[in-house]
Design a protein. Structure first.
Length: 307
């Protein structure tokens, strides 16, 4: 079973650690496909050097930016039966691919395996935030569970893998969502929801570990920028769900009731302020998406026709 690790990269300073963690995997039947975005000399030099050292590492050059686009291009050249995804500011635990392959082998019906994204430790006495995801041990079978995931079920795009035939069935990542686009988030949630509606069986496990090695953002402005981007992307997905007619469109981005807001404001003041800030940008993202985009028969975004 060949596993193709697909990564879109814009960071020449952090990519070497990710590459080193893939080279150090216990499971050896892998290839690493890096979609290089732009012409950063450090990034290009790093990728070319690594490709020369290990023939399992290949790369493609892209002029266009956008994580979803980059991953779609990497998938096109990948040869693996399993496609695994992570980010260029991460590092994989040495048994990451072993765990993924074991899950797929144990449960032939499983189409997606996902795991934890562990936050990088912060420096003392500094304000910072680091995106992280902590999964539950769960095999979710949408058709058997009336398309209602169990409490706590969630996974993110920095640590998941999919069978090739499932990727073909679900379709590509939505290239108008995700980092590097106007709506810089939610491309992974969108993919998961499209997989769910097709009945794709998903296994989440904390045993599959990716470390967000360079994911911590320091400083108040950087933290706000991160949350703003997530809110805009979430708003865009909210708009897409409305066009789709998805059941989540009624609750996605729901404002808390007045009593809920007051209680939250009193008991968790900082988080409540952040939610007010995020709510503003959620609305902006949703409004922009609905004014400029529609969805096609594959439930992928496309700009509205001007005809």
């Amino acid at each position: 079973m060949l596993v193709s690790v697909c990564v879109g990269s814009v960071r020449g300073n952090t990519l070497p650690q990710l590459i080193a963690s893939i080279v150090a995997q216990e499971f050896s039947n892998w290839e690493l496909v890096i979609a290089v975005q732009g012409r950063d000399p450090a990034l290009l030099s790093s990728v070319e050097q690594q490709s020369q050292r290990d023939p399992r590492i290949t790369h493609i050059g892209l002029e266009r930016f956008g994580k979803s686009y980059a991953l779609n291009e990497a998938v096109k050249v990948a040869k693996g039966d399993i496609l695994a995804f992570t980010d260029d500011d991460c590092g994989a635990a040495s048994d990451w691919l072993t765990t993924i392959v074991s899950c797929f082998t144990q449960e032939p019906a499983v189409g997606i395996v996902a795991g934890d994204l562990i936050a990088a430790p912060g420096r003392r006495l500094s304000f910072s935030t680091c995106p992280a995801t902590y999964t539950i041990e769960c095999v979710y079978r949408p058709a058997a569970e009336n398309y209602v995931a169990p409490p706590g079920f969630y996974w993110a795009g920095a640590n998941f893998a999919v069978r090739r035939e499932v990727m073909d069935k679900v379709g590509p990542f939505d290239e108008y969502l995700g980092p590097g686009t106007e709506f810089p988030a939610a491309e992974d949630v969108d993919f998961a929801l499209r997989a769910e509606v097709l009945g794709v069986v998903m296994w989440t496990t904390p045993k599959s570990v990716i470390y967000h090695a360079f994911g911590r953002r320091y400083g108040f402005k950087n933290a706000l920028k991160l949350h703003r981007g997530y809110a805009i992307g979430s708003g865009a997905l909210g708009g897409k769900l409305a066009l789709w007619g998805h059941k989540l469109s009624k609750v996605w981005g729901r404002k808390p009731r007045t009593d809920e807001f007051i209680t939250g404001f009193v008991t968790r003041f900082p988080r409540s302020l952040l939610e007010v800030y995020e709510s503003r940008y959620y609305k902006i993202g949703k409004s922009r998406y609905l004014s400029r985009f529609e969805i096609d028969s594959r439930i992928l975004s496309r700009p509205k026709s001007t005809a």
